[in-house]
Every structure is written in structure tokens, then in C-alpha cells.
Design a protein around this ligand. Structure first.
Ligand code: CA
Ligand code: CA
Ligand code: CA
Ligand code: CA
Length: 470
């Protein structure tokens, strides 16, 4: 772990160094792979993560989740020692299969870059805020009528939105990122705070803030009981070409009393390149501040506050990727779900040795790497939450380009053992959602988290109502 001090920050595996190739990692003692009810020892070259590895995983080279409704498969890469005796893993599953019912909210999106569930009008029901190509809009729960927040703020596309009640009045505050042109690493990007009108269905007033080039993701992040910052990550460092050059500057914006005055910024990290996403989470549940999981080409970091100062820890073993989310397993054990590489084909879970009661800064080790799926193409979204009635959280993940079977989609993964080693999956949307973003919220207040996703090529915004047995 490294204390952040100016530019002198440590990069995962060394700043500017290429990511460590799979075959350079320490050899696991046992390269055994389990599928849902089969066990096989991986063999052949590049056992870990070659594009054709699936043939090793399931007989006939087909995933076992090919069945339409449910089914699933799961594989485990175990770094620890396990007996080499082949055995049949029982095909356990949840008592009742997950059931979701989809509803299309909008079928005329331009791109649907990012969405956030948040209560915009303060009626107690989460609404849906969306960054589309030229407009930021919100859809009112429960009639899902669409209202425009801001339109054509910049020359180029919108790209991200942050929405959360940060002043405690029950209504969301909004910030947005736009001027998206990742090939321009000098002049692109924008960050605006949106001032709410008295009638929140009317257009909001945009206040321009400082920005780095290629602004790409933003979140309101809790730093104390009643205190938030806006954390903004660019995809590239200033002036980068082909992902080379200065590191991407991850900034925290403090909120001034008068939001029209300059917002002071703090540099949280500039050690990585092609930093595609971050996840505010409660890795350390004992502190009110949220921690940040942050991923880029070189690997992943955990950023956390320690006595008011941001510090960071390199998450060893977590490979470079594009998406990252914390997943809480049964018993509170922390895990990290990623999509590898950026816009990649693999959904991966790293299981840690740590629970939420760990003191901030306690070194974390990842004891297992579970390959949940390798049939994505353009993997672009992960969400984690307690969606079905079993211990621990489930994972929702989606991709936006046709996979090996020619399908885009969104899937649900759930653990069938308490250690998070074995997982099953089912479709939430088979070929009807070219997933650009996906989030969870209990939209109808029935105590079950629902799934929301926005699709790029499919141009749609959909809710997947959770009808699973509680
Ligand atoms: Ca509402
Ligand atoms: Ca508010
Ligand atoms: Ca915390
Ligand atoms: Ca619900």
C-alpha cells in the first residue's frame, strides 16, 4: 500500500510497465478446473485464459448455460492446494430459480452511455437518470415519463452521469461528463454540475467545472457521514497516444458552498493508463467513508481514507481490465468482479481473504480466481447485489457485441457454495440488450433489487423486475 503524495505514487506492477502476462504469474499448485458437475485438470498451452480455453472447461466446447432459462456453469482457478483426485461436484443450485420480468422503458436511445438509479423528484421512489448521446434525461418512477435535464452541453457526446442525494433532502444532486472523444487526449472532456430548477421536470442549469481530457466515469463518493466528493476518472492521461504517456488523473472534487465557485480538486491517482471504471463501495464496512475499487490496463487499486487522507493499495493478482465491482460473498467475505481485458470477453471473480470488519489498510490477498464466463464480446457492465434468496450477493454482467454465439446480452450469476468457488448463471436478456451499462435498485419497493440496463446497438433501456421468491 502506498500513501498518496503528489505524483510520487506507486503503480500496480510499476508505472509504465506492461501488464504482467498470465504466464508470468506464479504457477498455481493445482490447475484444476471445475464445471458444474465435471472436474478436469486443465492441460495444453496457456491454460489460463486463452481465447479457446472453453474447450477445456466443458465437454464439446459449449458452455452449460446454453439452455435458455437457466443452467449455468462455473469454473474455479484455485491458487491453494487441492487434492488432485477427480471428483464430481454436486450440481447444487438455489431452491427456486431466479425469475425476472422485463419491461422496456425506452426503445429509442442513441447510445445509452450510462445510467444511475436515484430519486430525482424526492417522492421516495428511485427514478432512472441516463446519459444518452446528446441529452441527459431522467425517467420518472412509476410512469417512466422522460424529462430532459440538459441537451447538447458540448460538441461531442455525453458519456457519464453521477446522481445521488448528497445534502440529505431526499432529492438527487447531479453532475455530468461530456465532450467524449477518446482520440483527443488534449482538448476533449467536460464536467458540469447541474443546478436543479424548482420544478425538477424542467431543464437544469449546467455549471462548468475543471476537467481532464477524456472524462469518462464519475461518482458521488461518501467521505464521511454527511460529506461527499465527486470523483471523476478519465480514460486516458493528458496527451496519451495508444495508451502511452502520462497516467490518467483520477480527481476528487470537493463541493464548495456556492456551487458556481471553483471546486477544489485532489489527485487520487495518476499511476495507471486506460482506466475504464471505478466502484465506490464499502470494502471496510467499519468506516462511514466509501472505498474505491479502480481498474486500468495495469491492474487494480483499492483507494481508502485513513484519518482524512486518501491512501491506496495495489490489488496484487487482479489483472488489468475494464470493469470492476465489489462483491460480498456469504459471511461478508470481499471479492472483486472484473471484466478482462477492457471491453473484453471474460467475467472474472477474485475472492479475497478479507471481510468487511478489516481495519483500513489491512493487506488483502486474493486466494482464488474464478472465471465466471468467457463468452462476452465487448464486456461493459457489472453490478453486484443481493438478488436471490441465498447467502451473499449475486453478479449481473453484460456485453455489447455479438459473442461466439452471435448474441449480445445480460446475465445473472449466483454462487452455489459459500466460498464463492462455484457459480451458476442464467440469462436476464438473451440477445435483446447490447449492454452498455447495468445497475441495481429496488424500483417498486418490494424489497427485491431489480435490474436496469441500457443498450447501445439495441438502443433500449429496460427494467428487469425481480419476481424471484424472497
Ligand atoms: Ca422519484
Ligand atoms: Ca439532495
Ligand atoms: Ca468504509
Ligand atoms: Ca423490486
Amino acid at each position: 500500500m502506498t500513501e498518496i503524495a503528489g505524483n510520487g505514487v506507486a503503480a500496480p506492477r510499476g508505472r509504465g510497465e506492461p501488464p504482467v502476462a498470465a504466464d508470468q504469474l506464479p504457477e498455481p499448485e493445482d490447475r484444476r478446473i471445475m464445471s458444474r458437475n465435471r472436474v478436469g485438470v486443465m492441460s495444453g498451452q496457456d491454460e489460463r485464459f486463452a481465447g479457446n480455453e472453453q474447450a477445456h472447461w466443458c465437454e464439446g466446447g459449449r458452455p452449460m448455460c446454453a439452455a435458455r432459462r437457466c443452467g449455468g456453469w462455473a469454473g474455479v482457478m484455485v491458487w491453494g492446494v487441492l487434492p488432485l483426485v477427480a471428483e464430481v461436484v454436486p450440481a447444487t443450485t438455489t431452491a427456486a430459480p431466479p425469475v425476472f420480468e422485463s419491461q422496456t422503458i425506452d426503445d429509442q436511445l442513441e447510445i445509452g452511455y450510462g445510467l444511475v438509479p436515484a430519486d430525482v423528484d424526492g417522492d421516495g421512489r428511485p427514478d432512472i437518470v441516463l446519459a444518452d448521446k446528446t441529452r441527459f434525461v431522467w425517467y420518472r418512477n412509476p410512469d417512466w415519463k422522460k424529462f430532459v435535464l440538459a441537451e447538447r452541453l458540448t460538441v461531442h457526446d455525453n458519456v457519464c452521469v453521477a446522481a445521488r442525494d448528497i445534502d440529505g433532502d431526499g432529492k438527487a444532486e447531479l453532475a455530468v461528463g461530456a465532450n467524449w472523444n477518446p482520440s483527443d487526449t488534449v482538448d476533449s472532456g467536460s464536467v458540469h454540475y447541474l443546478v436543479a430548477p424548482a420544478d425538477r421536470t424542467q431543464p437544469w442549469q449546467a455549471v462548468k467545472l475543471h476537467h481532464e481530457p477524456t472524462v469518462h466515469r464519475m461518482h458521488w463518493v461518501q467521505v464521511d457521514r454527511q460529506q461527499y466528493v465527486l470523483v471523476v476518472s478519465p480514460l486516458h492521461g493528458r496527451g496519451n497516444r495508444n495508451g502511452e504517456g502520462a497516467g490518467a488523473r483520477l480527481l476528487a472534487y470537493s463541493i464548495p458552498k456556492d456551487v458556481r465557485q471553483p471546486w477544489p480538486t485532489t489527485l487520487l491517482d495518476d499511476s495507471m493508463h486506460m482506466t475504464h471504471n471505478l466502484d465506490p463501495c464499502q470494502w471496510y464496512a467499519g468506516t462511514p467513508a466509501e472505498e474505491l475499487l479502480y481498474i486500468g490496463r495495469e491492474g487494480a487499486l483499492l483507494l481508502y481514507l485513513d484519518n482524512g487522507k486518501w491512501k491506496k493499495m495495489v490489488l496484487e493478482r487482479v489483472e488489468g481490465g475494464g470493469e470492476i465491482r465489489m462483491v460480498v460473498l456469504a459471511g461478508g467475505r470481499r471479492a472483486v468482479a472484473t471484466i478482462e481485458p477492457m471491453h473484453g470477453d471474460r467475467l472474472v471473480l477474485y475472492v479475497s481473504d478479507q471481510r468487511g470488519d478489516a481495519a483500513p489498510g489491512t493487506p488483502v490477498s486474493f486466494v482464488e480466481r474464478v472465471l465466471l464466463d468467457d463468452n462476452f464480446q465487448g464486456g461493459h457492465a457489472i453490478a453486484a447485489g443481493d438478488l436471490v434468496a441465498n447467502p451473499g450477493q449475486e453478479i449481473v454482467a453484460g456485453w455489447r457485441l455479438p459473442n461466439r454465439d452471435g448474441k449480445v446480452g445480460l446475465k445473472l450469476y449466483w454462487a452455489v457454495d459459500p466460498d464463492g468457488r462455484q457459480w451458476e448463471s442464467c440469462w436476464l436478456d438473451e440477445n435483446g440488450m447490447a449492454t452498455e451499462d447495468a445497475r441495481l435498485a429496488d424500483l417498486d419497493g418490494d424489497g427485491r433489487l431489480d435490474v436496469i440496463a441500457a443498450g447501445r446497438a439495441t438502443k433500449n433501456l429496460k427494467i428487469y423486475w425481480n419476481r424471484s421468491q424472497p
